[in-house]
Design a protein around this ligand. Structure first.
Ligand code: R5P
Length: 315
């Protein structure tokens, strides 16, 4: 896919190099050379090890915890800016620090806006993210921001199963638009839970809108953090008479030992993507991991060649 006179240059931080390598391979380019190490006290030490003057550069780095990942992204952008790259696109498969995106109570921060400011001030010209926690986070950036979605990929995967009259369920009100993208693709009806978050690791499913009785239910969400949302939703739809339950979540965070809770759950399948990488993590057999590398590679190619990114989501 590479253009000889206008080469695409992909750099990766350390947070998800396997994904960056797949993106680069799809585009037919080698990963850019960056030397990333640590000073003896643990601070990040970085150098771009090749010429990028005048090039349009794409930096792949999710910003999940620890904040070192975000810091590495900022330092990479700074280094590329000072090395005279023509443009820098921050490709953020998982945009962390997104959950505090509004003040729900007094004296709370708006961390998502702070992070957007940091990325912009560091020198990014554009941002590409995948399934932002809330689509309106795009507006926190005063630079172009594309919000890709894995829902189309989930839909394509589910379609192959030939389920009869499935239902796509959003486990909370905030995820309805995302679940709609999914349900429309597979011509399924939609359902919704009204969820109350009691604390960062406890949720209460309050009421169900829609019909799940005797149906195959697909719960679609942006992320699984502690798993409370998905696990509670699964139990509740089964109580309501669902025939089977499948989980689809873009970002496989799985805090603590929450992954093991899924192995013991009643989900028939849990489908996630590779926006996050945790060395040594092994998913239980009921998991399917879809790669977002092609989606990201196509978005980069479109941006690079000034063509439509939204065309990627059209049937
Ligand atoms: C919440 O608004 C999000 O869409 C997810 O439902 C949430 O982040 C999942 O978190 P947990 O797995 O901890 O319930």
């Amino acid at each position: 896919m590479e253009s000889e006179h206008n080469p695409i240059k992909i750099f990766s931080g350390s947070a998800n190099k396997p994904l960056a390598e797949k993106v680069a391979a799809f585009l037919g380019v080698p990963l850019g050379q960056a030397e990333i190490s640590r000073f003896p006290d643990g601070e990040i030490k970085l150098r771009i090890a090749e010429n990028v003057r005048g090039l349009n550069v794409y930096v792949v780095q999710p910003t999940n915890a620890p904040a070192e990942n975000l810091m590495e992204l900022l330092i990479l952008i700074d280094a590329l800016k000072r090395a005279s790259a023509n443009s820098i696109t921050a490709v953020i498969p998982f945009f962390g620090y997104a959950r505090q995106d509004r003040k729900l109570r007094s004296r709370e921060p708006i961390s998502a806006k702070l992070v957007a400011n940091l990325i912009t001030v560091a020198g990014a010209d554009r941002v590409v993210a995948v399934d932002l926690h809330a689509a309106q986070i795009q507006g926190f950036f005063d630079i172009p921001a594309d919000n890709l979605t894995a829902m189309v990929q989930f839909a394509q995967y589910i379609e192959q199963k030939g389920l009869e009259d499935p239902v796509v369920l959003s486990p909370d009100v905030g995820g309805v638009a995302r679940a709609s993208t999914f349900s429309q693709r597979i011509h399924a009806s939609q359902a919704l839970f009204v969820k109350k978050r009691l604390s960062p690791d406890a949720v209460e499913i309050q009421s169900l809108i829609g019909d799940v009785k005797g149906r195959d239910v697909i719960i679609a969400d942006d992320a699984i953090h502690t798993g409370n949302t998905m696990l509670n939703a699964c139990n509740r739809v089964l109580e309501e008479g669902a025939r089977s339950v499948i989980a689809c979540a873009t970002h496989a965070v799985f805090a603590g030992d929450s992954l093991s809770l899924f192995a013991r759950s009643k989900f028939s399948e849990v489908i996630v993507t590779d926006t996050l990488y945790m060395a040594g993590r092994e998913f239980p057999a009921m998991f399917t991991v879809l790669s977002v590398s092609e989606l990201i590679a196509k978005a980069i190619y479109s941006i690079h060649n000034h063509s439509s990114v939204s065309a990627l989501f059209q049937a």
